[in-house]
Design a protein. Structure first.
Length: 410
């Protein structure tokens, strides 16, 4: 077995290389992000300003050579991205860095720890398309007819549950469907689908999505450690999302994808904006529980898509009610009907309500889409109806209505 990679030696070696712009060492200049240094492998992500990629290509090569020269390092990989807006060497927020939990030296601000023994091997990473070769922004991934986002303002309302089951239901309806987990802050698709193997790489250097449940699946969770703290700076998260969209073989000439469902992180931050600005989204599905607080956030999510001119395909009310197992009567734990009312006020379609089902939660935890396992259950029927409504809107294509104009009184 190879000797361990000394994290401190890695940081020192990288800091001995000068940032050509600031003159400081790479670590000091904040250019070393997402450092992995273990299992014979060393690598990191270097984000620079758009237009600086060429200048930094030499630095990347230098850094890779320096890493390879270190004892214990068998594979070195430096990913250069030129997506970020702020100046190189000035990480935007000092607090946004992951803390070490295993007594390793503290990492500099802006650094994110990648998954322990990352699933994506260094070989695979080395083959992924370099950023400068990626398609121009504002495009749909190749051979994908529609990209739709499943979003919410508030966390924990069931976006991922809806995204997984909506995607599986679309596949059951005969649509060639992909599922992209864009939740860099807490990816859950690998757990909910049971798909968490290392993805392969095509001869064209694209990642091959995992397959299961009639779906093609890719998750940011396959690139980072589930157990490590998921604190990302906005630009890093945006870069990662770009890579998930553009460097994954979602569709091919012979096997195009009809619909790519994107499970979004909660809120209206960088990831959502990246998706809205970089990708031609066909529309968004907004998920809410019937609680007032979730409804307010749902309105905000709708407003964000409205601002970026993305049609709202509709609103889903999740956890709408619970059926009393003895009497069969619906118990409205969080209230009921609020999301329908919000949809009406916003003139967005109301897509349906999903009851609270214990078996649905269990299916999520067991890594099996509920809609596949229990297609006759009320929740699965609701997912299938939602999928039909979404597919019908997408099939109608050009008839997608722009979202309503909304004014908030804040
Ligand atoms: N209708 C439902 N019935 C029972 N359990 C549900 C239902 N919807 C979601 N859950 C459970 O609630 C939890 C949160 O759901 P989920 O992870 O889908 O939410 P989320 O909005 O994606 O959260 P986050 O904002 O963290 O991404 C999960 O354990 C899921 O299994
Ligand atoms: Mg989620």
């Amino acid at each position: 077995m190879s000797q361990p990679v000394e994290r401190k030696a890695v940081l020192d070696a990288l800091n001995a290389i000068r940032d050509p712009r600031s003159g400081r060492g790479l670590v000091e200049a904040g250019l070393v992000q997402g450092l992995v240094a273990r299992d014979g492998r060393a690598g990191f992500m270097m984000e620079v300003e758009p237009g600086q990629a060429q200048l930094y290509a030499a630095v990347r090569d230098q850094a890779e050579a320096a890493l390879k020269a270190l004892p214990g390092v068998e594979r070195a990989q430096v990913v250069l991205t030129a997506d970020r807006a702020p100046a190189a060497g000035a990480p935007s927020s000092a607090h946004a860095h992951a803390q070490d939990h295993d007594h390793e030296p503290p990492v500099p601000p802006g650094t994110v720890r990648m998954r322990r023994g990352a699933r994506l091997s260094a070989d695979a990473q080395a083959q992924v398309m370099p950023p400068e070769q990626r398609p121009a922004p504002g495009l749909k991934p190749a051979h994908v007819a529609h990209v739709i986002a499943v979003a919410s303002g508030k966390g924990g309302v069931g976006k991922s549950t809806v995204a997984v089951n909506l995607a599986a239901a679309l596949a059951m309806l005969g649509k060639r469907t992909g599922l992209l987990d864009a939740d860099v802050y807490g990816p859950s698709v690998p757990r909910m689908t049971g798909l968490d193997q290392e993805p392969g790489v095509t001869p064209e250097r694209k990642l091959i999505p995992l397959r299961g449940w009639g779906l093609k699946v890719m998750s940011i969770g396959l690139l980072v450690d589930e157990a490590s703290p998921m604190i990302w700076r906005g630009p890093m998260a945006s870069s990662a999302l770009n890579q998930m969209l553009n460097d994954v073989a979602w569709g091919s000439e012979s096997e195009p994808l009809d619909i790519l469902v994107v499970d979004m992180p909660p809120g209206t931050g960088d990831i959502q904006l990246t998706l809205a600005q970089r990708v031609a989204l066909s529309g968004a599905v907004v998920v809410s529980t019937p609680q007032e607080v979730a409804l307010i956030d749902a309105r905000r999510a709708v407003a964000m898509f409205e601002k970026t001119h993305i049609p709202i395909l509709g609103v889903v009310e999740n956890m709408a009610f619970f059926t009393d197992p003895t009497t069969g009567a619906p118990i409205e734990i969080f209230g009921r009907g609020g999301a329908r009312a919000v949809a009406e006020t916003l003139k967005a379609p109301f897509l349906g309500e999903i009851p609270i089902e214990v078996a649905l939660r269990q299916a999520c935890d067991a890594g099996r889409p509920f809609v596949v396992d229990h297609p006759d259950s009320p929740a699965a029927q609701a997912f299938l109806a939602i999928a039909e409504a979404v597919a019908a809107q997408l099939d109608a294509g050009g008839e997608l209505k722009p979202p309503p104009r909304i004014v908030f009184e804040d």
